[in-house]
Design a protein around this ligand. Structure first.
Ligand code: PLP
Length: 410
């Protein structure tokens, strides 16, 4: 007799990423680092194979008084200075005319989860991208939600027809909509939508919202690694056109922005036309925060605020070194993939490039064969994820060609 509730799924999490990461480590131990390509790790690594932890983030963090680290945060919604600064940082100089509120969360994960559990009732359906970060599906399942997936691409573009069709179907069924859009720097393909694609999404949801409330959950976990610099936020302007029946929740994460994955700090930024509706979301989110994690590490919030205000120039120039490095690694991979005809999903920017596989059977065989050749990657739906964020330029060189050769032996 299980002590867990009847609806609990007792299957352990199938952590295929962890399994392949351990295999890569084992292979390195046996054959040496030169013989192995470990493209599994989804964090930023330097050219010497070391995890990047920005000096301009951690020097200040280490100097924070222990009493500040020990203290509870000022509020369940986050420290006031942090809330204000998240808004400034995310929106930067975009002229946003919407009502807003910020709730501090433990990373982007907290913001995504909090939105799913408060916008939909158990049994309802959340709309997700077909190729996506695996945790969305787990969060939906834990919340008792069904999922409906939209195909990501129509050729090299965002698949607007599929997005619309999926949203219409879900709206017809349940009279409300929550759709996740992981943009810019989509994980795992590295796609970023154009301004026109964003305009059309907003226009469409305005129409659809005649049938019921529509919420866009815009996950921006990787936004600060966009190759567009200041222009990475231009699309936010399109949100000004939302009508009062459409709400956006932006899930922001300090994990990638500050290379502080373990400090568990992020936020949900709520944006809407109607002040009352934004306030309602804030009230409900605050209750979730208090009932789940209570409050966010005080020093992590204080550190973000200081770094992105007083230390902003130094922090940004240190981060830019790695944005440039990411650009160099991904450009090399793509240039070589193009030269040998290795197919990948439309990549624009970000931590990962994903190879296209027509179906998941072929993907599984390919993944095995790569491992047999000391190349370790992560399987995603209909693809193979290559984490250029953690591969040195030297490791990237020649990789696409080798992967293409292995594919041709299947
Ligand atoms: N969203 C995406 C697409 C991610 O890949 C991740 C982390 O890998 C997150 C959100 C959340 O990360 P965190 O909870 O550390 O902020």
């Amino acid at each position: 007799m299980s002590f867990m509730k009847q609806s609990a799924n007792l299957q352990p999490i199938e952590d295929t990423v962890f399994a392949v990461v351990s295999m890569a480590k084992q292979d390195i131990a046996e054959h040496g680092a030169d013989a192995v390509v470990d493209a599994t790790i989804g964090s930023l690594y330097d050219e010497c194979g070391k995890l990047v932890a920005y000096q301009n983030v951690f020097d200040h963090y280490n100097a924070i008084a222990k009493e500040v680290k020990a203290a509870y945060a000022a509020s369940f919604t986050g420290n006031p200075g942090y809330r204000a600064q998240v808004k400034n940082w995310v929106l930067q100089d975009q002229p946003i005319h919407l009502n807003t509120s910020v709730i501090a969360t433990p990373g982007g994960t907290g913001a995504v989860n909090m939105t799913m559990i408060n916008v939909l009732e158990p049994g309802q359906t959340v709309v997700l991208p077909e190729i996506c970060w695996g945790s969305y599906n787990l969060m939906a399942a834990q919340a008792g939600l069904q999922t409906a997936a939209y195909s990501m691409f129509d050729g090299d573009h965002f698949n607007l027809p599929s997005f619309k069709e999926t949203c219409r179907r879900v709206m017809a069924d349940q009279g409300r909509l929550l759709a996740v859009i992981n943009d810019p720097c989509h994980n795992p393909t590295g796609y970023s939508m154009t301004l026109e694609e964003w305009r059309q999404v907003v226009r469409f949801l305005n129409e659809l919202s005649e049938q019921g409330p529509c919420v866009i959950l815009n996950d921006i976990a990787y936004i600060d690694y966009s190759y567009q610099g200041q222009h990475s936020r231009d699309y936010l302007n399109c949100l000004n056109a939302m009508n009062e029946n459409v709400l956006t929740v932006i899930a922001f994460s300090c994990s990638k922005t500050l290379t502080s994955y373990g400090l568990r700090c992020g936020a949900a930024l709520i944006l809407g036309q109607d002040e009352q509706r934004v306030r309602e979301a804030e009230i409900v989110f605050e209750k979730t925060a208090r009932a789940t994690w209570s409050n966010i590490p005080n020093a992590a919030m204080e550190n973000f605020t200081w770094i992105t205000t007083e230390n902003r120039a130094a922090f940004e120039s240190e981060k830019q070194i790695y944005v440039d490095l990411l650009k160099q690694r991904s450009a090399l991979f793509i240039q070589e993939a193009d030269a040998c005809g290795l197919a990948y999903y439309p990549y624009k920017e970000g931590f990962f490039v994903t190879l296209k596989t027509p179906d998941n059977n072929l993907r599984d065989q390919y993944h095995e064969k790569l491992i047999a050749n000391h190349i370790y990657t992560v399987k995603v739906n209909k693809g193979i994820r290559v984490a250029v964020c953690s591969l040195s330029v030297a490791k990237v060189k020649g990789l696409a060609e080798r992967m293409k050769q292995i594919l041709s032996t299947l």
